[in-house]
Design a protein around this ligand. Structure first.
Ligand SMILES: [Zn+2]
Length: 187
């Protein structure tokens, strides 16, 4: 049996929920790391933690295996889309069209409040809401652009003042880089 990932603050450092969703693998490079969506339960709990599903007090609407596969496919699409965006390339048409397909399945199962925040009734609709969020991020990119961590490839929006953020998080990759530099200097 697989153990569901325990989500912590450090999994939500991208500055945008869509990019946090794209960052649900341990690392994207230099080698692909393990999938943090270890099972359907970890997907539901991620969606709840991200605020896309209402708080359930431990009784989550189950995400089926099919929804888990959809989530993984959407995540792969997001990598194509946001790698293109951050490299200043056109968004691959197939990938953009895949986002539209997923977003179309939203139906009436999503509530959008006046601030534009979306809450879904079930995991599948929440996936649709993420696709819609991705479309909005593609069409109206943040001024500072989407970037990726030098060390692990996680995406983030750089809202630091000097716009020199290189790491997904100072606590993890940034700190590791500091340690590596220190070791290199003493070698
Ligand atoms: Zn990183």
């Amino acid at each position: 049996m697989t153990v569901a990932t325990e989500w912590v603050e450090d999994h939500f450092v991208a500055g945008d929920v869509v990019l946090d969703f794209a960052n649900t693998v341990y690392r994207r490079w230099p080698r692909m790391g393990s999938d943090l969506f270890t099972n359907a339960e970890s997907l539901s709990s991620w969606l709840e933690r991200a605020g896309l599903l209402p708080h359930s007090n431990g009784v989550l609407p189950p995400a089926g295996e099919e929804t888990l596969e959809e989530a993984r496919a959407l995540r792969a699409t997001l990598w194509l889309v946001f790698d293109a965006q951050r490299e200043r390339r056109s968004i691959p048409p197939d990938a953009f069209s895949a986002l539209l397909d997923v977003a179309r399945r939203l139906g009436e199962h999503v509530t959008v409040d006046a601030d534009g925040d979306m809450t879904a009734r079930d995991p599948q609709s929440a996936i649709g809401a993420l696709a819609l969020g991705a479309i909005s991020l593609v069409l109206d990119p943040p001024q500072q652009g989407v970037r990726a961590c030098d060390a692990c490839g996680w995406f983030f929006v750089d809202s630091s003042r000097g716009r020199r953020r290189r790491w997904c998080s100072m606590k993890t990759c940034g700190n590791q880089a500091k340690v590596d530099r220190y070791r290199a200097a003493r070698a």
